[in-house]
Design a protein around this ligand. Structure first.
Ligand SMILES: Cc1cc2nc3c(=O)[nH]c(=O)nc-3n(C[C@H](O)[C@H](O)[C@H](O)COP(=O)(O)O)c2cc1C
Length: 370
């Protein structure tokens, strides 16, 4: 599974893996792919430093990257406390009432909610970059828009390629104008923030729109046959996020959540604003249904919604309140039916890819091994 881009980056397979877990990122790179660590949850620079040190020690000298979240529309010059103050009391009450209905216990006195949304704020993302640029990262990816020009320049000065996620050809062209190097075309099926266009339609549209920039296809990919399909559509590689959540190296901290993911079918996700205020695909739960219920107060815009629900999400996760327990995940969750190592996922991808190539060769009337 080699392309011009994978050769440029010195990796064996053109398979890029987004993950919030350092152990998964390192395992992806060790398996011959390109691991990308999601930085959004690191609000303390020292925590990111500790995990990048860990990756350095365990990645075996293979290349890896970092993903930050710098929303195109920023809450500039506003502190977290000021953003908190913008949250209407009615919404806070709705959270309290919903948690009370399900009997979700409080966190212990002084226990910080484990998951903060402040990584969505540009000033926090910039502290992550200050840390990351001291490490030999080869790729910097940004969700939710093109990174600012000074960040692109800083990355290029350090020979770091810049990637950005796009849900439409229009977004992809904006990235190209902003000087980024790689577009991740992320379809509607994907876990996390998604647009409304399915990968089958989006990938070739983006490939044509930004030619000759390399495009990675993302959304709904979990088999080697799907990798072959994406490369056939013109992508220079694939970008996978959901599939790693049920790998043995992932650290979800919740056996109940892992069980829910393994049991979920491809129809058990929903694109909802409940988590961050922007549409993000996630497991459908009674929590997402409460937010999407027209009788409720509705969600707030980013970053207010994320701040509003951060503590509630931590409580639901800590106490594993099964009916409310969820995570961003894509429709490929239907294929995630057993816990496997990252290496086993790669073995499966390469096997499926070879089968797909053989099949196409047979259909095209060519014989011999692929
Ligand atoms: C749990 C989870 C968290 C995610 N968080 C981010 C993020 O912080 N930044 C980002 O660029 N993409 C994020 N994504 C999206 C992935 O980068 C990727 O585009 C997507 O997972 C690909 O589709 P798939 O889920 O079908 O593999 C997330 C995806 C998942 C499943």
């Amino acid at each position: 599974m080699q392309t011009e881009l994978s050769r440029k980056l010195g990796v064996e397979h053109a398979v890029f893996g987004f993950t919030p877990f350092p152990a998964v990122a390192a395992a992806i790179s060790r398996a011959g792919g390109f691991g990308v660590l999601g930085a959004v949850r690191y609000t303390a620079p020292d925590d990111l430093k500790r995990d990048l040190d860990w990756i350095e020690a365990h990645v075996g000298g293979r290349p890896y990257g970092l993903d930050v979240v710098m929303p195109a529309k920023k809450v500039a010059g506003v502190s977290e406390a000021e953003v908190e103050a913008m949250i209407p009391e009615g919404h806070r009450q709705f959270v309290r009432d919903t948690l009370a209905t399900y009997g979700v216990p409080e966190l212990a006195e002084g226990e910080a909610s484990g998951w903060r949304i402040t990584g969505w704020m540009e000033q926090v993302a910039r502290t992550q970059l200050d840390v990351a640029f001291d490490y030999p990262i080869r790729l910097l990816a940004n969700a939710l828009g093109s990174p600012p020009a000074d960040v692109v320049a800083r990355a290029h000065d350090r020979n770091v390629l810049v990637a950005a996620l796009a849900g439409s050809a229009r977004h992809a062209r904006k990235h190209q104008e902003a000087g980024i190097d790689i577009v991740v075309a992320q379809g509607y099926e994907a876990g996390g923030h998604t647009g409304e266009i399915a990968s089958m339609v989006l990938t070739p549209e983006v490939v044509e729109a930004v030619d000759p920039l390399p495009v990675l296809a993302a959304g709904g990919i979990g088999s080697g046959q799907q990798v072959a399909a994406a490369l056939t559509l013109g992508a220079q590689g694939v970008w996978l996020g959901s599939i790693w959540l049920t790998t043995t190296e992932a650290d979800l901290h919740s056996p109940a959540l892992t069980r829910k993911l393994l049991a979920a079918g491809s129809g058990d996700t929903i694109r909802s604003r409940a988590l961050t205020g922007k549409p993000a695909r996630q497991l459908r739960t009674e929590w997402t249904e409460a937010w999407d219920d027209p009788a409720g107060p509705g969600t707030l815009p980013m970053p207010l919604q994320g701040l509003l629900v951060a503590e509630a999400v931590s409580r639901i996760q800590k106490y594993e309140v099964e009916s409310l327990l969820g995570t961003p995940v894509g429709q490929i969750v239907g294929r995630m039916t057993s816990e496997r190592s990252v290496q086993a996922v790669f073995d499966d991808l390469t096997r499926g890819f070879e089968q797909a190539v053989d099949r196409i060769n047979r259909i095209a009337g060519r014989s011999g091994p692929s």
